[in-house]
Design a protein around this ligand. Structure first.
Ligand code: UDH
Ligand code: MN
Length: 292
């Protein structure tokens, strides 16, 4: 649906990019040191960068408008494990929408490559750091895989950041369960992320991390924008919660969030050997995160 008749050309480009990536960039001792400017501009031939509509497409879900300078370079970071059916639905709506908005954007799926409790916020740190290898994004959208935007006027550039994108979810009759909700889909500038030392690494399991991120922003003097009205409604893809046990300690952690703000986040994160894989619509970065 997204590439139309170009799809074969795109598949070939993606396949070649992966072959080159493996050959050139994957070092099992040091991990990936991919610099995609270099990859895209020096390794890929011009015919390996297909054009689609008004976009220049780079293997791995990187889109650059051809006839205008984009207002924002957006990295969409999707924390992910074992939700492939959700991902296909999300991208089918998100990509055409961001193209209409004439943004430059890249889709990164940040995959937790182990069966430990899921750690959404730590994956967000990984996504932020690894995206730096691709281009100088100025705008980051953290996106749950199962939250689907309903109106393409919901602009995914960085206006009035930090921003919570959602005014209402279908599962709560297009309201939010509580006013201080910052989960689902949220946007931060690069500067916002640096100001709060990124995201907490200590939330293993369901819940709490989004509340802490909000606390971090507030204590850094950054106030959240949330636009009202149906343009900012989302539908949530229904699923079971078997893979996400609730994190019991989350209330204790939240009480101490202020003490950890400077020491837990981008400043102390450790992870090894992130594995890059280009797909037609996204770059998968799979990482075996561990407790620090
Ligand atoms: N996720 C996965 N795989 C998992 C667990 C989580 O990909 O096994 C990702 C995915 O992007 C998902 C997100 O993490 O959309 C959030 O996890 P979830 O969908 O299980 O959470 P839930 O549907 O929505 O419950 C989050 C609302 C949280 C309110 C928190 C109160 N602070
Ligand atoms: Mn969900």
């Amino acid at each position: 649906m997204i590439f139309g008749p170009l799809v074969e050309e795109v598949r070939t480009a993606v396949k070649r990019a992966n072959e080159k990536l493996r050959w050139k960039l994957v070092n099992s001792d040091t991990g990936n040191k991919a610099v995609a400017h270099w990859l895209f501009n020096e390794i890929l031939q011009p015919e390996e960068k297909p054009m689609k509509n008004r976009y220049w497409f780079l293997p791995g879900g990187h889109w650059i408008p051809i006839n205008c300078s984009p207002k924002w370079k957006v990295a969409v970071l999707i924390p992910f494990r074992d939700r492939f059916d959700h991902l296909t639905i999300l991208l089918r709506y998100l990509i055409p929408m961001m193209q209409k908005q004439l943004l430059q954007f890249s889709i990164f799926v940040i995959e937790q490559a182990n069966q430990d409790l899921f750690n959404r916020a730590m994956l967000m740190n990984v996504g932020y750091l690894e995206a730096l290898n691709f281009t100088d994004y100025d705008c980051y959208v953290i996106h749950d895989v199962d939250n689907v935007p309903l109106d393409d006027r919901n602009y995914y550039g960085c206006t009035d950041m930090p921003r919570h994108f959602i005014s209402g979810l279908d599962k709560f009759n297009y309201t939010l369960r509580y006013g201080g909700y910052f989960g689902g889909v949220s946007g931060l500038t690069k500067d916002n992320i640096i100001r709060i030392n990124g995201f907490p690494n200590v939330y293993w399991g369901w819940g709490g991390e989004d509340d802490e991120i909000l606390k971090r922003l507030n204590s850094a003097g950054l106030h959240i924008t949330r636009y009202a009205g149906p343009v900012y409604h989302y539908d949530v893809i229904k699923h079971h919660h078997t893979s996400a046990p609730k994190m019991k300690e989350r209330f204790d952690l939240l009480l101490k969030s202020h003490d950890r703000q400077k020491t837990d986040g981008l400043s102390n994160i450790v992870y090894h050997n992130p594995v890059y894989e280009f797909h037609p619509l996204y770059t998968n970065i799979s990482v075996d995160i561990r407790r620090i």
